[in-house]
Write a new protein. Structure first.
Length: 470
C-alpha cells in the first residue's frame, strides 16, 4: 500500500490483523455507557485490544479488505466502503459486492490511487461517466471473492466505475447487485452526464462490467433497493437530505431483466389522498405510534428520468407520503423493512415495515391493500440511533448499522428480534468513528460481514450466533 494512503493503520498488532490474523474480543469489559440493550442478546461487549471493533465474548473478526490495498487487477481498493451484499458463488465461496461512495472530486481515493497513477488500467469504454479531464469518475463497486469455510479472501477486483456517490443498493434473486447513486449531479457541473441512477453488477462478473443505468427505476437520491422474490417488485428508498423523500416501488415488465423497463410508483396512505407525512417530527402532529399500521396506496409517477429533480415533490403533490431520509431496505418475514434515519420526535430514526398486498401490483390490491407499519421508533439513542443499512440474518433477526457522526458517540452494529426488541452486536471504536455500513450474511449464517465506511475496511465476524438469549 502506498505510504501516502496508509495513515489509518498504526501499530504492529493492527498490521498483523490486516495481514489476515483473526482478532478475538478481549476479556476486559468496555464501558457500556454508549449503548443499552432491550434484551440480553449475546452479552456485554469486550474491549478490542487493537482498537477497531468491540464484540461480545466468543466472537472475533477478520479484516477481509482495506482501502489502499492493491487488488488483483492492479488497481487499489477505493475508500468509503458503503452498501454491500453477500452472494453465493458455489461451494463455500461467496462474492461480497461492495459500493464505494465517492464523489466526482474524490479522485485520490478511487481505484486509480493517489494522483490517479493507475488510471490507464481502467477501461474507459465501460465507465458510465468521465470528468472534465476525460477520466472515469472514481465512484463504483468492487467485488471480493471470499471462502467462508477457509476464512480467507480469494481475490478482489473493480467491477463498476464512472459513477458517483454509490451509497447502498440491494441483491437480486438472480445473483446480482443493484448499486444506487445517492447523487443527482447534472451534466456540465464537473461531470459529463446526469447522475442519480441504479446500476446492476452480476456477482460472477470477473472484471469491470459496462455501466448501464436502469433509467426506469427513476432518477433521484437513491439509497437502497430490495426485491420481493415472490412478485419481482423492486422497493426503493430515497435519502433526500431535506428529509422530504418518498418510498418507491418499481413494477418490472420482466422480473429478471430490469432493463426491460416498468412502472415507477410512490407510496401513499389511503386515509390521506392529498398526501401526508409519516415522520412524526417533534412539534408536528403525530401521524401514528409504534405498532400502528395504515393501509397503503401506490401513486403512478410520470417522468421518472426527473431532469428537474422534482420527482418527490410531484409525487407528494399527487398524494404520496413524505418519509425522513429513507435508507436501508431489506425483504424478509414476508415484508419489506426500511429505515428512515432522521424521523421520529427525537430524530433517532424509525424502522418501517411494509406488508405487501396478496395482489401486490395487480388490480386486486385495491380491495386488499398492502399495509405500512411503524415497527420501531426509538426515543433513546443508546438503544438505537440513526439506523441505516439493514439485513435480515438467516435465523430471522434484523441487523442494523448505526450512522451517527460525532466526537463522543460510537456507531454500533445493532440487531432486533422479530418483535422489535433491540440488542447490541458490536461497536466501531476505530479512530474517526465512521458509520457502519453494508451488513450482510453468508448463506450458511456462519459469517456476518460489515464495512467501516471511512477509510474503508471490510470485516468478517464469526462466533456463537446460536447462543442468543432473550
Amino acid at each position: 500500500m502506498p505510504t501516502s494512503r496508509r495513515g489509518f493503520i498504526a501499530g504492529a498488532a493492527v498490521s498483523a490483523a490486516f495481514a489476515g490474523y483473526a482478532l478475538r474480543a478481549g476479556a476486559q469489559a468496555a464501558a457500556e455507557d454508549t449503548y443499552r440493550n432491550e434484551v440480553f442478546g449475546y452479552g456485554p461487549l469486550k474491549k478490542d485490544p487493537n482498537g477497531i471493533f468491540d464484540l461480545p465474548e466468543g466472537f472475533s473478526y477478520q479484516v477481509v479488505s482495506q482501502a489502499g490495498e492493491t487488488m488483483d487487477d492492479g488497481l487499489y481498493v477505493p475508500h468509503k466502503a458503503d452498501g454491500m451484499a453477500c452472494l453465493p458463488l458455489g461451494g463455500s465461496r461467496v462474492a461480497l459486492v461492495r459500493n464505494h461512495e465517492l464523489k466526482a472530486t474524490d479522485i485520490n481515493f478511487g481505484p486509480a490511487g493517489l494522483g490517479r497513477r493507475q488510471i490507464d488500467r481502467i477501461d474507459r469504454s465501460k465507465a458510465f461517466d468521465l470528468d472534465a479531464d476525460g477520466l472515469p469518475l472514481p465512484g463504483g463497486v468492487t467485488t471480493i471473492v471470499y471462502d467462508v469455510a477457509r476464512r480467507r479472501r480469494v481475490s478482489q477486483h473493480l467491477s463498476l466505475v464512472g459513477t458517483a456517490v454509490n451509497c447502498a443498493g440491494g441483491a437480486t434473486p438472480w445473483g446480482s447487485w443493484l448499486s444506487c447513486e445517492e447523487n443527482v449531479q447534472l451534466a456540465g457541473t464537473g461531470v459529463g452526464k446526469n447522475h442519480g441512477w441504479v446500476f446492476e453488477v452480476p456477482a460472477r462478473a470477473r472484471g469491470l462490467v459496462e455501466a448501464k443505468p436502469l433509467t426506469d427505476l427513476g432518477r433521484f437520491q437513491h439509497e437502497a433497493a430490495a426485491i420481493d422474490p415472490r412478485t419481482g417488485v423492486v422497493y426503493l428508498t430515497e435519502d433526500s437530505f431535506d428529509h422530504l423523500g418518498l418510498f418507491y416501488r418499481f413494477l418490472p415488465n420482466d422480473r429478471r431483466r430490469l432493463e426491460a423497463g416498468g412502472r415507477l410508483q410512490a407510496l401513499g396512505l389511503r386515509e390521506s389522498p392529498q398526501g401526508c407525512d409519516v415522520r412524526n417530527f417533534k412539534g408536528q402532529p403525530v401521524t401514528w405510534r409504534p405498532g400502528e399500521a395504515k393501509e397503503a396506496v401506490w401513486i403512478d409517477l410520470e417522468g421518472p428520468d426527473n431532469p428537474h429533480g422534482d420527482l418527490r415533490l410531484r409525487g407528494q403533490k399527487a398524494g404520496a407520503a413524505f418519509v425522513g431520509r429513507g435508507e436501508g431496505v431489506f425483504f424478509g418475514h414476508d415484508a419489506v423493512y426500511f429505515t428512515c434515519t432522521s424521523s421520529g420526535p427525537t430524530q433517532n430514526g424509525q424502522i418501517l415495515r411494509y406488508v405487501p398486498s396478496p395482489h401486490e401490483g395487480q388490480p386486486g390490491e385495491t380491495d386488499e391493500p398492502g399495509r405500512l407499519h411503524l415497527f420501531v421508533e426509538p426515543s433513546d439513542d443508546k438503544v438505537l440511533d440513526f439506523a441505516d443499512n439493514l439485513a435480515i440474518a438467516p435465523w430471522g433477526h434484523i441487523f442494523a448499522c448505526e450512522d451517527r457522526y460525532s466526537d463522543t458517540d460510537r456507531n454500533h452494529l445493532k440487531a432486533l428480534t422479530p418483535e422489535g426488541k433491540v440488542y447490541t452486536v458490536g461497536r466501531n471504536v476505530f479512530e474517526g468513528n465512521a458509520e457502519l455500513a453494508g451488513v450482510c450474511f453468508s448463506p450458511d449464517g456462519s459469517t456476518c460481514f460489515v464495512n467501516i465506511y471511512w477509510p474503508g475496511i471490510t470485516l468478517a465476524i464469526t462466533g456463537p450466533w446460536g447462543s442468543f438469549r432473550a
